[in-house]
Write a protein that binds this ligand. Sequence first.
Ligand code: SF4
Length: 92
Amino acid sequence: MTLRGFVKKATGQDIYLCQACNDCDIGTREDMDIPLSSLVQLILLNDEEALQCRTLWSDSALEASRGACKRGLDLRAVMLALREESQRKAGG
Ligand code: SF4
C-alpha cells in the first residue's frame, strides 16, 4: 500500500485533496527539520521520508497541526497515524 493509501485507510483523510497552498506552514521550530506543509507533500509523493523526519515527532508541530489545514484535512490525525506506522515499521 502506498503511504497516501495508508493515510486514507487509517484516518479517512485524502491527502490528494491538498492544494499545496502552504496555509498549514507554521515555520520550522527547534524540534522540527521540515515544515508541516513539506510533511504533507512527502505523503503526497508517497515518500517514506515522511516516516523518518523529526517533524513527525515534534510536539509543537502536532499542536499546530490541529485545525491547520484550511481545506479541512485533519493533519493531527494524519500525524498520529504516521507516528504509529513509523513505530510499527521500526518494530517498536
Ligand atoms: S493547508 Fe491543507 S491544503 Fe494547504 S498545503 Fe496544508 S494540507 Fe495542503
